[in-house]
Structures are given as C-alpha cells and as structure tokens.
Design a protein around this ligand. Sequence first.
Ligand code: ISE
Length: 337
Amino acid sequence: MLGVGIIGAGLMGTTHARILGAAVSGAEVVAVSDALRESAERVAAEVGVETIYADGLELIADPRVDAVVIASPAVTHEPFTLACLEAGKPVLCEKPLAISAAASLRIVEAEAALGRRLVTVGFMRRFDPGYVDLKAQLDAGAVGRPLLVHCAHRNPHVHPHFDSAMIITDTAVHEIDITRWLLDQEIVRATVFTPRPTSEAPAGLRDPQLIIFETEDGLLVDVEAFVNARYGYDIRCEVVGEAGTIELLSPSTVALRSANAEALAIPRTFPERFGVAYLHELQSWIAAIERGEEAPGASAWDGYAAAAVSEAAVESLETGRPVDVTLGTRAATIAAR
Ligand code: ISE
C-alpha cells in the first residue's frame, strides 16, 4: 500500500484527499500539510490521517510518504517539486508546475539530471473519458488531417481577486495543454483579443477573452475563455479536419423532456465536470508507481511548455500584438513528453 502525502489542504488538496481516501486502490493518505493548521486538521480528520505538518518539506521527508501530491499555492510548487526530486519521490503537482516558464524549466532540467521521470503535472483533462475518446479517434484518422480546433472554457464565476492574466494562466492554460496533447505538437504563437467585457465581471477585468494559438504545423486553435458566464460550467472542444469534425460532448447522464422542451444538465463547477478525470488521473498515477513505470500524464516538459505559451499569451493581452512562443529545445533537456 503506497503512502501518499498531500501538501495543501485547500479545494484541490481536499479533492485529491477525498478521491484517494474513497476511490483509489493501492494507496492511502498518510500525511497532510498546510500552513493553516486548521485546514490540515480538517482534511486529515476527514480521511482519517493523524500526521499533520505545517511545512511541506517535512512531509516530503517523512519516510512513510512514498509519493506526494502538491496542491499548495503556485509559488510553492517549484521548491516542493524540486524537494521531491531530491528525495526520489514521485510527485503529482497541480497546475501550474511553477509560477514562470523559467522556474518550470529548472524543474525539467533537475528531473532530466535524475535520468527518470518522477513528475506528473495536474492537467487532469488528459484523463477525462471524453477527451481520451476524442484523441483516440483523432489519432485513428477519423476526421483526416486536423486543421482547426474550436474551444470554449466557461466558468459561471471565479473568486473576486481573479485578474485578466489569470484568465489565461489559470483558466485557458487547460486548453493550452489539452490541445498540445490532442494535436501532439507545440504552440508557436499566441494572439489575444478582448471584446467589450461582460457587465457581470468586476470593473477592469477583461472577460471574456478570445485567444488564437498557432501550432508548429500551421493549425489554428481558438479559445474563448469566459470566467463570469453565470449559466454553468461549460467546456467545449471541436476539432475540424479535412474529412469531418469531432466534438467533445457534455457528460450529461439524462435528457429531461417536458413542456415541449428538452434539457441537458450543465455542471456547476470544475470538480463536478472533471471528477472522473481526477479519479482516473490519481489511479493511473498510483498504478504506475506500484508497477515501477514512468509517471503518466502531463510531464514537467508539458508544464514548462504550458507556462511558456501562457506567458506569450499574457504578453499579447498586454500589448495587443501576436507574440511568438520561446521554448528551450526538448532534445537538449528531456526525452519524455
Ligand atoms: C481552476 O483553477 C481550474 O483549474 C479549472 O479547471 C478551471 O476551469 C478554472 O477556470 C480555474 O480557475
């Protein structure tokens, strides 16, 4: 039975603890850390854990901790991930991998120096059944050569201190990772457009945003990122190919028909929409560790690439111009994708 330590007892740390405690075989939560003791105590009590730390570094050093989930604030991700690499412990780090492309690259290079993959970045959509099916059919040539990808990422609302850049770095970053994965190629340019803002957004927040990504093989990906959409948590993805289109459907389980109308439920939150993806991500991660296999899911390189593309998009948001993405060369730093 693998012992898992969870750093961070906020929304994501709690979500991972619940899933690990209730639904993932082969692992148990053995320690929780958070700078706020009462948060760590709440999560620990919920999953029946006695060991609590204030400092994530102490959790990482605990010999009963075989693997680590990092769900603490983004500014702590680099030091905690590097400490896991130093300890030789597999680590699932929630997105973003680090607060900048440069910091993410330091993690890529530290892992490359180890000669084995220990890092998984928490881009959980790669484990969502809908996206997995979409990629399988794309790879099988179901729509021929892909040309365009249309995405929408709509949150009903976000916390009040969300700023315009976070619409890219915290929200649209999922489309950056998932389209790189679906298309198996890098994004080389970003251009951000902003329509008139919704009156539902706080003053000054440029919401929604329309982001155009260009890929190394000349495809275009358009992403509508809208974080005060109000009506629900609605994620769209359609790939347009030379021989057809393939679209992600909402995971509704029933269609309600009454009074001459049909209704499909729309999720309210991202944990609700992607609960199965989080479960599959954690189960795949634990199973790979148990079997001594390479870490699954998004790699440190993927976390670095997502950060570099995010920085280019933020620069375009600020300047109004297209911005090229600057990436280190994969061959020079890491083999695994
Ligand atoms: C949040 O951090 C997530 O990762 C969600 O998946 C995303 O939909 C939301 O916009 C982010 O704030």
